[in-house]
Design a protein around this ligand. Structure first.
Ligand code: GLU
Length: 479
């Protein structure tokens, strides 16, 4: 039974790299019918916050990465961590270290001055047993250090293949602080054993922790999981993605009008390929296509342009009703209309969203373009009026003609609107485009919109007539 976990530290928002790690764990579990667990690594109380924990939950829920079982809070397990450290002491795999932080700092500075790598010299491991016993009995503060055995530590990484570390390069690591709190590597291994984790899938920055953790697994008698380390996510400048590159919080993309399925699809392709040139996939399609073989070892680039393109693809693919519901909320937030009003005319709303999504990459694009279809007036775009109403006399004549034709047109639908406008253009000896473009600007204020007949239907007769009147009294069209 596959059991994987996402183990963020709640010290900020859910960032893009973390979300990708969560997604790969989720895909792995869903593909193999396993469990995807969530562990909040909150042992560092000073840096952890409830707000961050909430932001992580919200981000995962928004992305649709529902975890199985109850959330594990690492901080609740510190007694087990201490018990595991005591067991290692007992078995002789660890020893008490009485060196103080100040002493260690001094020795580190000395080594650095000689341009040497500082390594703990194991002096406390050489203390006589009686000495250790009396210092301990006297209550002298001490940490617990894990004694790194001789040899080489190797694992077969799912992403990178065999990775080896000579143990002599690993310092005897502190596993329990003098105040009895665990150090990261011990807490992680202790929890992963307790949670029966079978695969540890995480970012490449943890590669150097893995040999230490493998040694701890062995010393604690835990079954070794398999490991995968995903390569870094880079910005378009080739540097590791960070706040310098702009929005790195998943929540920011939600507010930019990115769809969760598009975000997941985009994140999945940062380090995974289903093969061929296949790119646009729903979560279900990704689960279907997911395999270890598709995981890539080379770093990938976070390109916001690609995310927007991806979002545009998903905007076309998601069921209209679901998209319309999202857009309605965003339209209300923009202050153009209310969800109640939009829900009261579902067909109109669906048509509006369907027509606008074709030329949109984000929900925000749709909202922006929806503005002309609400409110009593529109703002006339300078460039659009200058270009499309250039010949003021002709524009005036055509718009007045359109007004007259539309005012009495029956029925108000596509079958009647189209021939009426085409006849009008012909009567004035101009091509249809010569009428449609000035009319489009009159109706919407801008030069780009859905087809003119659709625009008229969306606006309705009264609003269309009012817009043409507004255009006719615009300074540029003044006689
Ligand atoms: N808490 C660690 C982090 O946020 C992850 C630990 C792990 O995945 O093993 O980087």
């Amino acid at each position: 039974m596959v059991r994987v976990r996402f183990a963020p530290s709640p010290t900020g928002y859910l960032h893009v790299g973390g979300a990708r790690t969560a997604l790969f764990n989720w895909l792995y579990a869903r593909k193999l019918g396993g469990q995807f667990l969530l562990r909040i690594e909150d042992t560092d109380k000073a840096r952890s916050s409830d707000d961050s924990t909430r932001a992580i939950f919200d981000g995962l829920i928004w992305l649709g990465l529902q975890w199985d079982e109850d959330v594990v809070f690492q901080g609740a397990n510190v007694q087990r961590h201490a018990r595991d450290a005591a067991a290692l002491l007992e078995s002789g795999a660890a020893y008490r270290c009485f060196c103080t932080a100040a002493e260690l700092d001094g020795r580190r500075a000395e080594a650095e001055a000689k341009q040497e790598t500082f390594r703990y010299d194991r002096r406390c491991d050489r203390l006589e047993a009686a000495d250790v016993a009396s210092r301990t009995a006297a209550g002298l503060p001490h940490t617990i250090r894990f004694r790194v055995p001789e040899g080489t530590t190797t694992w077969n990484d799912i992403v990178h293949g065999d990775i080896s570390f000579p143990n002599k390069d690993l310092d005897d690591l502190v596993i329990l602080r003098s105040d009895g709190t665990p150090i990261y590597n011990l807490a992680v291994v202790s929890d992963d054993i307790a949670m029966r984790i079978t695969h540890v899938l995480r970012g490449e920055d943890h590669i150097s922790n893995t040999p230490k953790q493998i040694l701890l697994y062995r010393a604690l008698g835990g079954a070794l999981p398999r490991f995968a380390h995903f390569p870094n996510v880079l910005g378009t400048d080739g540097k590791k993605l960070s706040k310098r590159h702009g929005a790195t919080a998943v929540g920011d993309y939600e507010h930019l009008g990115i769809l969760p399925d598009a975000m997941c699809n985009f994140l999945a392709l940062l380090g995974w390929s289903p093969g061929g040139d296949r790119e646009v996939m729903s979560p279900a399609e990704m689960i279907e296509a997911f395999s270890e073989d598709g995981l890539l070892a080379k770093a990938s680039v976070f390109d916001i342009k690609k995310l927007e393109w991806m979002n545009g693809q998903h905007l076309q693919r998601i069921p209209l009703e679901a998209l319309a519901a999202r857009v309605a909320v965003a339209i209300e937030a923009a202050g153009f209309s209310s969800v109640t009003d939009l829900n009261a005319r579902p067909e109109w709303t669906a048509l509006l969203v369907d027509l606008l999504r074709i030329r949109s990459r984000t929900v925000d694009d749709i909202v922006r373009q929806s503005q002309p279809y609400f409110g009593t007036s529109v703002a006339y775009d300078e460039q659009a009026t200058a270009k499309q109403w250039k010949d003021a006399a002709l524009s005036r004549t055509l718009l007045a003609g359109a007004r007259a034709a539309l005012a009495t047109l029956e029925p108000w639908d596509a079958t009647a609107v189209e021939p009426a406008l085409r006849i009008l253009a012909e009567a004035h000896g101009v091509g249809a485009g010569k009428l449609f473009q000035p009319l489009r600007v009159a109706l919407t204020g801008v030069a780009e919109s859905p087809g003119i007949f659709d625009v008229l239907l969306l606006l309705g007769r009264d609003r269309s007539i009012a817009r043409i009147d507004a255009a006719l009294s615009h300074p540029r069209l003044a006689p």
